[in-house]
Design a protein around this ligand. Structure first.
Ligand code: AMP
Length: 267
């Protein structure tokens, strides 16, 4: 891949879309943007063991290489980078990328080591694929913020582009993990985005954040979801509620499935 990347860079711009596979419309929107803005598009598929904690869904994470390959082919992806674990981590990794100020907030509070795994693998992938631009979804907002910070702090010469969350018709953010939901759970899942929209309306109407969060919790819990967190944070620092450029972020559990979503406030 590094040799291919070197030769591609002589001919034009490389746009890169890192994924864990089980590709869906969310991934496709990133691929399309990468195609628009670059001469070559590289997609990686790698279910990264380093970012899964004990008891998380590493083993049952959906793997659908054949379908993913066909989809990439039909979307004009030039290279699909699909390393196995032994190739990406031939020896036990001794070097990690960490971000103490952000890795333990929001999703990182419960998922210890998750963002260390994400940043480390993304840094490796950047050094392997050598892209000019890389594309990430706002659905994983914290991840995108941390990657932007990593690229800035470590001087990666890569443009980081973030794109809006693609949703099902009923508002549920598309995710590979939606397939874990039982039909009855799937039916209830749109409450997450409905609640986010309601929260946005209330905050922008001047209601107190703690009142709004409480109301949102009740709306979601009524449908049988367990709340991991609902927080209103600054879009850049991920610190607690600021008046401008903030975001409501939610993580909920239904049975064994963990779903996240967010909505931006005030521009
Ligand atoms: P994943 O395969 O889940 O690791 O996601 C790979 C990339 O696709 C990440 O940048 C995600 O944020 C992005 N992504 C996942 N779901 C969506 C979605 N519904 N809309 C937009 N981007 C998404």
């Amino acid at each position: 891949m590094q040799e291919i990347a070197d030769s591609l860079r002589k001919k034009g711009l490389i746009g890169f879309v890192p994924t864990m596979g089980a590709l869906h419309k969310g991934h496709l929107s990133l691929i399309e943007k990468a195609r628009e803005e670059n001469d070559f598009v590289v997609v990686s598929i790698f279910v990264n063991p380093l970012q899964f904690g004990r008891g998380e869904d590493y083993d049952r994470y959906q793997r659908s290489y054949k379908d993913d390959y066909a989809l990439c082919k039909s979307c004009g992806v030039d290279y699909l980078f699909y390393p196995d674990v032994e190739r990406l981590y031939p020896k036990k990794t001794k070097t990690f990328v960490r971000m103490p100020s952000l890795e333990n907030v929001l999703c990182g509070k419960k998922r210890k080591g998750h963002f260390r795994g994400v940043l480390t693998v993304v840094a490796k992938l950047f050094n392997i694929v050598k892209p000019h631009n890389a594309y990430f979804g706002e659905k994983d907002f914290q991840q995108a913020v941390m990657i932007k910070n990593m690229v800035y702090d470590l001087n990666f010469d890569i443009g980081i582009k973030t794109l809006p969350t693609i949703r099902e018709k009923d508002g549920l953010a598309i995710s590979s993990r939606n397939s874990y939901l039982a039909p009855i759970e799937r039916k209830k899942a749109p409450i997450i985005y409905r609640t986010l929209k309601e929260g946005k309306k209330l905050i922008e109407g001047g209601k107190d954040p703690s009142y709004v969060i409480d109301k949102m919790k009740k709306m979601i819990e009524k449908k049988g979801f367990l709340i991991e967190y609902i927080e209103i944070v600054d879009q850049e620092t991920l610190k607690k509620f600021k008046k401008e450029k903030s975001l409501i972020a939610v993580s909920v559990h239904m049975g064994k499935t963990r779903l996240i979503d967010n909505i931006k406030l005030m521009g």
